[in-house]
Design a protein around this ligand. Sequence first.
Ligand code: EAX
Length: 330
Amino acid sequence: MTKHFARRTLAVAIGGLTATALSLQVQAATEVTLGHTLSDSSHYSVGADAFKETLERLSDGEFTVNEHPSGSLGGERAMIEGLQIGTVDVVITSTGPLGNFVPETYVLDLPFLFEDYDQARCVLDGEIGEELLTKMSDHNLVGLAWSENGFRHMTNSLREINTPEDAEGLKVRTMENRVHQEAFRQLGASPTPMAFPELFTALQQGTVDGQENPITVIVATNFWEVQDHLSLTGHVYSPAAILGSPILLDGLSDEEREWFNQAAQASAEATREEVSRLEEEGVALLREKGMTVKTDVDPAPFQEAVEPAYEIYTDEYGSEMLDRIRASDC
Ligand code: EAX
């Protein structure tokens, strides 16, 4: 963004003076800063690579992309703020902290809303997903595409979780998301919201007993080093959003904007493919690393336990979006 801003500023400053100066500044590539919280071996990084490859190819080098993985630009909430003030250009983020900025997205965080990957992807790729992306611009963000994190499962270092009773009293790190916190409160756990970059150390030091994340994230973050048990609770689908900064994107031509849209689309597709691959191979890998993995968890009692989270959500945000998702053909 810095270079981009400089380029525009320079263009204004010289006000079309010398042709040589103009052609020089047109040729300078604009550096796009792309941030996410996961490691450079993660599904987000696969998506970041596809974004970079596509944008650099389509723009013929007018834009170059610099990936900043592993939360090196901060947690997801901090990076979303960065988009709004223009210190970051593109962010791949879970919806974890997004509802704090775009409350319309909270609906996606409701537990047990989506049955499987096909249904979630279908809703996000359809009218509802499109509408939610458009909504981002009311909140000083640009929604580029829906990518994916995966269905979330519980891990902890104390015991195997088979029923909601096993989760009682557990100190569980949640994302900074009201809907998730409420669901874990209903389970009888003690939800502790925390930014992702702090999580590994918190688990290591025992500040929290457990956490919940998709297999993709558990694999990419080596959580087996600090967590013994994984239960495939699949309690919530975790979308990822590819977001842009209005400070960069609003200043682009339609053609340039389209390159960003296509890069985001390519990124989402590559990420979803990697999520599907890890869903197939991740459990075996985690067992190899020494985790106990409970695969046949009965979701029904968990679903029942977190049901009050729905009422709390609809009391505040209404049920229109929820009803539409439930009534969709997906
Ligand atoms: O988006 O915070 C989380 O647990 C997220 O799943 C992670 O940052 C990847």
